[in-house]
Design a protein around this ligand. Structure first.
Ligand SMILES: Nc1ncnc2c1ncn2[C@@H]1O[C@H](COP(=O)(O)OP(=O)(O)OP(=O)(O)O)[C@@H](O)[C@H]1O
Ligand SMILES: [Mg+2]
Length: 367
């Protein structure tokens, strides 16, 4: 069952179309992430679901109930939508203690004082905040404050969690810890979650589905693995992955030996593309899908080590060939020297192809 249904919503700010005729359904219990570059409209979508922003067109339903309809002139206020919000800035009340801040989430549910006390204690324990009940927000670290914000959302028991970059003010280590907390919270609370981030790792690790946005539109909505392995367009392929995917412009040609991708600094057999002879395409290969071989090798592609970038658990090796740099990811350490001759091996089934014009994926039957 769809818990949130968005149909054709548009939002303009003056001359800027922040969200452009966007439709999306989020299933009950799902963790959906809106991911995209700065300014693409993620926050605006979330604020429209919450009722903090009024769309110019379209309709929004939550749990089967219409909360906004431009056509029918209908608008349900944020407090009546059954949602919980956590933002990048923790938005805790500075004059209230941790206990009071969390209890504030219960006011709307009008529970009795004894029950309230128990639920607040439970939520604080759940977010590892025992012993901090009487502190004020300014006496806590960023991560602790964000946990208070999550506890406050938790006690209100909304059917829908909406979170806008809740981890972006935290340092790298804390971010990873809190990521795990949010994932655990979602699993146990079973609340439908819409999460906004421009951090792709966060999106890929947390979500059941990722919605990639660009300039107010949805580019692809799919599970993380599919977004990474089968990007629908050149934009998604290029936006996801670090270091970025290797993109090589070229053409599909027929040779006496078969169908080939004939690209800059690279020629690859492309038997699955026989229907696209003559097409101008871009081949895309993830850094971990290129294998490095030392010494001479018949069907491998030779190049020269341009830079070797060790990062502990992996090493990024940049290989130059005919003026083009290929990024290759190697697990662990390497002993390659800059300037050394190396061979790259490309597995044909690991290569994605996109139409250069328009950027759509060409289906090669790849899983
Ligand atoms: N209140 C506003 N008034 C005018 N323009 C706005 C307003 N809110 C957003 N915009 C514009 O709408 C577009 C989308 O903004 P939005 O905040 O939704 O982007 P975002 O994807 O959340 O970006 P970020 O990753 O930087 O938070 C931007 O061009 C922004 O400048
Ligand atoms: Mg934003």
């Amino acid at each position: 069952m769809a818990m949130i249904e968005i149909e054709g919503i548009t939002k303009r700010f003056g001359g800027v179309t922040a969200v452009d005729n966007l439709s999306l359904a989020v299933d009950a219990g799902e963790f959906l992430t809106l991911l995209g570059p700065s300014g693409c409209g993620k926050t605006t979508v979330l604020r429209m679901i919450a009722g903090l922003e009024v769309p110019d067109a379209g309709e929004i339903r939550i749990a089967g109930k219409t909360v906004f309809s431009a056509q029918r002139g209908l608008f349900v206020s944020p407090g009546k939508r059954g949602i919980g919000l956590v933002f990048q800035s923790y938005a805790l009340w500075p004059h209230m203690s941790v206990r009071q801040n969390v209890a504030f989430g219960l006011e709307i549910r009008k529970v009795d004082p004894e029950e309230m006390k128990r639920e607040v204690a439970e939520a604080l324990a759940y977010m590892h905040l025992e012993g901090m009940e009487d502190r004020y927000p300014q006496q806590m670290s960023g991560g602790q404050q964000q946990r208070v914000a999550l506890a406050r959302m938790l006690v209100a028991r909304p059917g829908v969690f909406l979170m806008d970059e809740p981890l972006s003010n935290l340092d790298a280590k804390l971010r990873i810890e809190m990521r795990a907390e949010i994932k655990r919270l979602h699993r146990e609370a079973h609340a439908t979650t819409v999460y906004v981030t421009h951090d792709q790792t966060e999106a890929l690790t947390l979500s059941s589905r990722v919605a990639v946005m660009e300039r107010g539109r949805l580019m692809q909505v799919a599970p993380p693995r599919e977004i990474y392995r089968r990007p629908a367009s050149l934009f998604v392929a290029d936006f996801i992955g670090s270091p970025t995917i290797n993109l090589i412009p070229g053409k599909i040609v027929r040779k006496s030996e078969g169908v080939f991708f004939d690209g800059e600094a690279l020629s690859l057999p492309a038997p699955a593309l026989a229907a696209h002879i003559g097409a101008e395409v871009t081949a895309a290969i993830r850094p971990e899908e290129i294998q490095i071989e030392t010494g001479e090798n018949e069907d491998a592609v030779s190049g020269e080590a341009y830079a070797v970038l060790p990062a502990g658990s992996e090493t990024i090796v940049q290989i130059r060939r005919e003026g083009r740099i290929f990024n290759v990811r190697v697990i662990g350490e390497t002993s390659f020297d800059v300037g050394e001759n190396l061979c790259m091996r490309f597995l044909p089934e690991a290569v994605s192809y996109f139409h250069r014009n328009g950027g759509d994926r060409i289906d090669t039957g790849r899983e």
